[in-house]
Design a protein around this ligand. Structure first.
Ligand SMILES: [Cu+2]
Length: 99
């Protein structure tokens, strides 16, 4: 009887956790970008990303040579984000971190 309750509790926790994971909106990534040489390079990359469907928030740093992007992973992939960056004339050289 007691064991049954414990199993039910664990099951409820798993369900709660599972649905939390599913409803958590958006993923973030930090992309390394080569070729930017001033702040306006960074802002042109930022503008292009902001105008891309599925991208929710963008911060591009010329100093750090990277872009922090919050995106909806159901609408856009990392590969597509890289393509958008490359289409500005700079080069996405990989992800520093992704979650
Ligand atoms: Cu520039």
């Amino acid at each position: 009887m007691r064991q049954g309750k414990t199993i039910a509790l664990v099951f409820a926790l798993v369900l709660a956790f599972g649905s939390f994971g599913v409803s958590a909106a958006g993923a973030t990534v930090t992309m390394r970008i080569e070729g930017m040489h001033c702040g306006s390079c960074a802002s042109s990359v930022e503008k292009k990303l902001k105008a891309t469907d599925g991208v929710e928030e963008v911060r591009v740093s010329f100093e750090k040579k990277e872009a922090w992007i919050k995106f909806d992973d159901k609408k856009i992939t990392l590969a597509r984000l890289r393509e958008v960056i490359n289409s500005t004339g700079f080069k996405a050289v990989g992800e520093k971190s992704a979650e």
